[in-house]
Design a protein around this ligand. Structure first.
Ligand code: DC
Length: 228
């Protein structure tokens, strides 16, 4: 069974995909991490992000792997080097959309994404899972949330180990909101595989729902589908 979860940055896809995968013992595929890994590799190797053919080449050359999980966090390796933390920085946040808009990069990511799901049950999250990567997915979810709420969640997640309040973090929330809006615009307006709901996707607005509530909605859809 393939469950596709698409939606904008900070809509809760990762957390929700992780919890659905845990409940049903599915494997989770984080496709955003793959685009982040391409952006990081380009920066590390001094490839100019505006040089589309060079970035395409790089995407075709590097080997991206998801080693077995330790605990609940997904690990990702590029050419056997763990980059799980290095891909989650504001620097990568701000440049990954450029790399993800290159058709050559997207094509390079398709094969490993589809290979990942061969012969297993998968919850895959991204922007084009239900439209391009797995158009025949058994269940498609398009998860949205109000941008201000998404910025708030992102910042709280970043600071989950700090002793700071939302008031202390107000400036960072505003900067994150601006960055989220820019990224939404880039991801939704690009020519290839833009962020959009598949016609047969179930749209869930998570602004007013807890993670548990959204997970339960998806779990119900999976049970329904299994019983069908
Ligand atoms: O979900 P995320 O924030 O880790 O995604 C990082 C970037 O990759 C985001 O700008 C959109 C892009 N992306 C994409 O274009 N297609 C996907 N299937 C997943 C992510």
């Amino acid at each position: 069974m393939i469950i596709a979860i698409d939606g904008p940055a900070g809509s809760g896809k990762s957390t929700i995909a992780r919890e659905v995968a845990r409940r049903f013992c599915f494997d989770k595929l984080d496709t955003g991490a793959m685009y982040r890994a391409v952006a990081l590799s380009a920066l590390d190797r001094g490839v100019d992000l505006d040089d589309e053919p060079a970035v395409d080449d790089l995407a075709n050359t590097i080997s991206i792997r998801f080693p077995p999980r330790e605990g609940s966090t997904t690990r990702i390796e590029v050419d056997d080097v763990d980059v799980s933390d290095a891909i989650r920085t504001p620097r990568i946040d701000s440049c990954v959309s450029k790399v993800a808009a290159y058709p050559g990069v997207r094509t390079a990511m398709l094969t490993p994404q589809r290979a990942f799901a061969e012969g297993r049950d998968v919850v895959a999250e991204g922007r084009d899972i239900g439209t391009v990567v797995f158009p025949a997915a058994d269940i498609k979810i398009f998860l949205t949330a109000d941008p201000a709420e998404r910025a708030r969640r992102r910042v709280l997640q970043r600071h989950e180990d700090d002793d700071l309040t939302l008031d202390d973090l107000a400036d960072e929330v505003q900067r994150t909101l601006d960055a989220i809006r820019r990224r939404d615009e880039l991801d939704s307006s690009r020519d290839v595989a833009p962020l959009t709901a598949a016609p047969d996707a179930v749209e869930i607005d998570s602004t007013a729902h807890t993670i548990d509530e959204v997970v339960t909605m998806i779990a119900d859809l999976i049970q329904e589908r299994r019983g069908a």
